[in-house]
Write a protein that binds this ligand. Sequence first.
Ligand SMILES: Nc1nc2c(c(=O)[nH]1)N[C@H]1C(S)=C(S)[C@@H](COP(=O)(O)OP(=O)(O)OC[C@H]3O[C@@H](n4cnc5c(=O)[nH]c(N)nc54)[C@H](O)[C@@H]3O)O[C@H]1N2
Ligand SMILES: Nc1nc2c(c(=O)[nH]1)N[C@H]1C(S)=C(S)[C@@H](COP(=O)(O)OP(=O)(O)OC[C@H]3O[C@@H](n4cnc5c(=O)[nH]c(N)nc54)[C@H](O)[C@@H]3O)O[C@H]1N2
Ligand code: SF4
Ligand SMILES: [Mo]
Length: 747
Amino acid sequence: MPEWKKTFCALCYHNCGLEIQTEGHRITKVRPDRDHPRTKGYVCRKGMKIAHYQDHKERLTHPLKREGDQFVKISWDQAISEIAEKLKQILGKHGPRALAYVGGGGQGCHMEAGFGRTLLTALGSQYHYSALGQELTGLFWINGRAYGRQNLHLMPDLDRAENFLAMGWNGYVSNAGVNRARKRINEFAKDPDKQLIVIDPLLSETARQANTHLQIRIGTAALFLKSMIAIILQEGWEDKAYISDYCQGFDRIAPWFKNFDVASALEVCGVDYDKVKEVARVYATRPTAMRTDLGLLMDRQSTMNSYLEMILMAVCGRIGTPGGNVFNGHLMPLGPHSDERDERTWRTASTGIPAIMGYFPPNVIPEEILSQKDDRLRAMIVSGANPLRSYADTSVYEEAFKELDLLVTIEIAMTETARMGHYVLPARSAFEKWDTTFFNLTFPETYFQLRHPHCDARGEPLEEGDIFTRLAEALGILPEIPESLFQAAYGDRKGFASELFEWISQDKKAARLLPFIAAKTLGKSVKSAHLAAVWGLLAMYPRHAADDLSRAGYEVTPFLGDSLFQGLLDHPEGIMIGRLEPGENLKKLRTPDKKIGLYIEEMAEWIMEIEPDAEKESINNPDFPLVLVAGRHFPYTANSIMRDPEWNEHKALCTALMNNEDTQALGIVDGQEAWVTTEASRVKIPVEVSDMAAPGTVTIPHGFGLGYMGQDYGVNINLLTKNTHRDRLAGTPFHRYVPCRVEACRE
Ligand SMILES: Nc1nc2c(c(=O)[nH]1)N[C@H]1C(S)=C(S)[C@@H](COP(=O)(O)OP(=O)(O)OC[C@H]3O[C@@H](n4cnc5c(=O)[nH]c(N)nc54)[C@H](O)[C@@H]3O)O[C@H]1N2
Ligand SMILES: Nc1nc2c(c(=O)[nH]1)N[C@H]1C(S)=C(S)[C@@H](COP(=O)(O)OP(=O)(O)OC[C@H]3O[C@@H](n4cnc5c(=O)[nH]c(N)nc54)[C@H](O)[C@@H]3O)O[C@H]1N2
Ligand code: SF4
Ligand SMILES: [Mo]
């Protein structure tokens, strides 16, 4: 009987526990892991298809160098020394602002990001661009102002909630950010004592399950949220005691809502006043957890939506309280707090967008490369990301990438971005290396899991941590490591820990380069740079999570980190590494007065723009009368990770969903091809008549248009999105609101 090996999925940030059987390089069987402490046997269609991620005909095996139109195989030594030499030349001539690191771990291979960022900062640059800068940074910015730290992130406390309010989130198929989302949705929808309320312009899969679905007009989320707050304050339903104990600035925000014309606003939103009032009453008076996502984050009022969402939760006393939204625990936050009011925080040179939680928004990359300034971007290391399919406005990206002096892509597959690179470096896949995820979707328990290397690698791919360490060494940025530390790495890990921490406590430069030091020492004895860095993280974890660890039943000793590390090696399904106290969640606030900051100066003018007439006017666009939802996530897409169309049995699934009303008016029948035109471009795509689409909307999935073995499958949605169409503050794209028009294809 072949052995079942425990691991977890790398296709979305739910990171479900899986069991796999393998034969050499391939995964031969998959089943959900019922013993998985967090996901308990939960899985979706995509996870069951993971074998197509691991093995296909365009996996990379060797370092490649571009020569003319061709790639030639080169050795690792040649690749590393040439790249290091070019980087030295570019940075020597133009300074550190010429360099950006793009990507960093995707949906569940996060160990590389620590190495990539360490290399970037050691070279003097702060430009880390990632997918987080095209969805979450506006929200992170609000978190920073309201809670004192951009990485204080809220999640719905569904275990203690009576009701579940979902807005701009389609968890029934995206599984995004809620542990075992489908089960939780069903539980709230079916239990007579609970309620599932969904606010979504489309009849999404989640909205279909709802007890109450408010189908707002697309693009009116800010107006809707402002109305909800206004109703609550006008009715006096706010939680006055909570506001006085835990909030600051209420008196300054209250006037924004006092005379707000709710009736006119809701008319623009296209929803019934009494129904909204009832939802507002339920939210304000019963423990209700809220989950929002791309429908708000990628909407035309992105950061404003996050601001209004924060105010709504706060005035109802739903932040940090049981059954509302709570701050979770973690081994590592997803990024550092980076306040742009601190002059050390960089802004992009041409477009002036600050780092938020350490991330810059991909939407500005083309302008930053094409700028005529001397400090323009010239060199880029892309890893675990495919900008030429994932980021807005592919044509502009293609134009910009041609102007780079150096493009290095670290990948497992030959992608559109890799094809434009000067060097393409093969990484080990999720199942060929030690790796982990820092996404964490549980409360009050915090879990952590290591993915063990279960598949053999083909060719010579390396762990990304190893690639970055080799680069750091070739660039001459590593300090001299004491010989005794190399030796200690082969002895008892406790002895190694004492030696290492003593050294780095005296040598600040070494402390900043810790992942590399760990890789060069312990990494040699455990045969993995990533494993060594995980050990380092765990070694430091008890210092800042002692209470969480003792609540989880651990005796907190100086070497607890090492025992946790051993636990992860012994338990490939993961272990609990902390337990929070639901009643003490507000202690996590980090503002100087430990209160939630309701009034945010930079948002004050903007919020005044959210008025019925102004919004009605802004969403009226005679040139582009329809709205494209540019990026449906459904069971046949997994961002741009799954490249072999065999995973979808080669079915033609990339269609434009439209409402019957619109197709009839345009003379289009189901299955007929149509032109969809936006400011950026136009594409031809089959139309699928569906009641999921609201009148006036067109929905196309994200994750098609990938080339495989010389053929393209489906439409690349990012031909239609415009990179300048972005949030004024965070630079995040408006992918859920792209004005468009549709014409039947007559030829
Ligand atoms: N199958 C599959 N699952 C995935 C992924 C994938 O590629 N495929 N990707 C993963 C990733 S990286 C992410 S970030 C998540 C995203 O997860 P979600 O955010 O849940 O995914 P979306 O499909 O964008 O769903 C957003 C919902 O917002 C609604 N919406 C659009 N415009 C508006 C608006 O103006 N107002 C309101 N209130 N709602 C609006 C849409 O109709 C849709 O139902 O999914 C993850 N899961
Ligand atoms: N128009 C539009 N665009 C969108 C969206 C949308 O809704 N609409 N959704 C967006 C969202 S929410 C997200 S999160 C982004 C995601 O976009 P990206 O950040 O580009 O990430 P992915 O598409 O998840 O995968 C990127 C690459 O990682 C590679 N890869 C897989 N495993 C490994 C590994 O172990 N190591 C390395 N080095 N590489 C690996 C894959 O081959 C793939 O090419 O795209 C988004 N783009
Ligand atoms: S793609 Fe599916 S199986 Fe994989 S982590 Fe996400 S929900 Fe789980
Ligand atoms: Mo995402």
